[in-house]
Design a binder for this molecule. Structure first.
Ligand code: CU
Length: 72
């Protein structure tokens, strides 16, 4: 059973940032897809909550140097 959540991402300024955030999310075990929008400062993530937790999504984005918030 997958879950879809929208994260708010701060600090992205170009398409390379979008790629970094996308890769940080999709390389996590349990993340099915991540649709990152520079314009909306958001990432829509489809994940399996039995394999990866929301906090891990946030941590992965922050490790790349961006800020991530669970409030969409
Ligand atoms: Cu950039």
């Amino acid at each position: 059973m997958t879950k879809t959540t929208t994260l708010r991402i701060e600090g992205m300024s170009c398409e390379a940032c979008v790629r970094h955030v996308t890769e940080a999310l999709t390389r996590l075990d349990g993340v099915e897809s991540a649709a990152v929008s520079l314009q909306n400062k958001s990432a829509q993530v489809v994940y399996d909550p039995e394999r990866v937790q929301l906090q891990q999504l946030l941590d992965a984005v922050e490790e790349e140097g961006y800020e991530a918030f669970a409030d969409g």
